[in-house]
Design a protein around this ligand. Structure first.
Ligand SMILES: O=P(O)(O)OC[C@H]1O[C@](O)(CO)[C@@H](O)[C@@H]1O
Length: 218
């Protein structure tokens, strides 16, 4: 399973990369706004800084909602760095753009996916990644794990090459259940990624090993 970090904060990306388990970064307009990056030029410069921190896979989202606009933006975003994956919303013009871009060999991430049907369409269009949103479905009392299971089954049935990227991940159990299903990638906050490392018995056990070592040295 690949781990992406879901942030535009450079310090968090650096910290996650230093742990040695990071495979990429996802951002979205809300995350860019959160770190105070405004205006296209500043946003593109920030993407470049993010690309310099990781080996591959930096999802950068288009703002346009029409086919022509998305194609233009995709070209500009892909021009920033070869690590950029163009993130495109699951709307009819978005699907058209994904189909066109995949035919041109460009990598895409189909975002704002909330159903198995939408994921099926994204795969048919040739998206590199499909991003089903887990937490936001749970927030409206819908079963995100049921949707994720459906997507895994459908993709296996037809051997689709589109990778499933669990997004809107809120806690470690989202990651673990996704991993049990064989989901390809998750994108999560630094907090959630670090929570995967933790277990109280690890801390207690380490404390005891170190105390026993100290005693044996006296
Ligand atoms: O519900 P949240 O936590 O805002 O997450 C939204 C998700 O959308 C994305 O844009 C999809 O890649 C991610 O950045 C994020 O995981």
């Amino acid at each position: 399973m690949k781990f992406f970090i879901d942030t535009a904060l450079l310090s968090e990306i650096e910290e996650a990369a230093s742990l040695g388990i990071l495979d990429g970064v996802t951002t979205n307009p809300s995350l860019m706004a959160k770190v105070g990056i405004q205006g296209q030029e500043a946003i593109y410069q920030h993407y470049k800084k993010i690309c310099d921190l990781v080996d591959n896979n930096v999802s950068a989202e288009v703002i346009s909602t029409d086919f022509e606009g998305m194609m233009k933006e995709a070209d500009a975003l892909a021009g920033i760095d070869e690590k950029i994956v163009v993130k495109i919303p699951m709307i009819p013009d978005g699907v058209k753009a994904i189909k066109k871009l995949s035919g041109m060999g460009a990598r895409t991430n189909c975002t704002l996916v909330f159903s198995a049907g939408q994921a099926l369409v994204a795969a048919k269009a040739g998206a590199t990644y499909v991003s089903p949103f887990l937490g936001r479905l749970d927030d409206i009392s819908m079963d995100s794990m049921e949707m994720l299971g459906q997507i895994v089954n459908i993709y296996q049935n037809y051997n689709f090459q589109t990778e499933i990227l669990g997004a809107s991940v809120r806690h470690p159990m989202h990651v673990i259940t996704a991993a049990e299903m064989g989901v390809d990638v998750v994108t999560a906050s630094l907090k959630t990624l670090k929570a995967l490392f933790q277990h109280p018995l690890t801390d207690v056990g380490l404390e005891k090993f170190l105390a026993d070592y100290q005693k044996s040295q006296k």
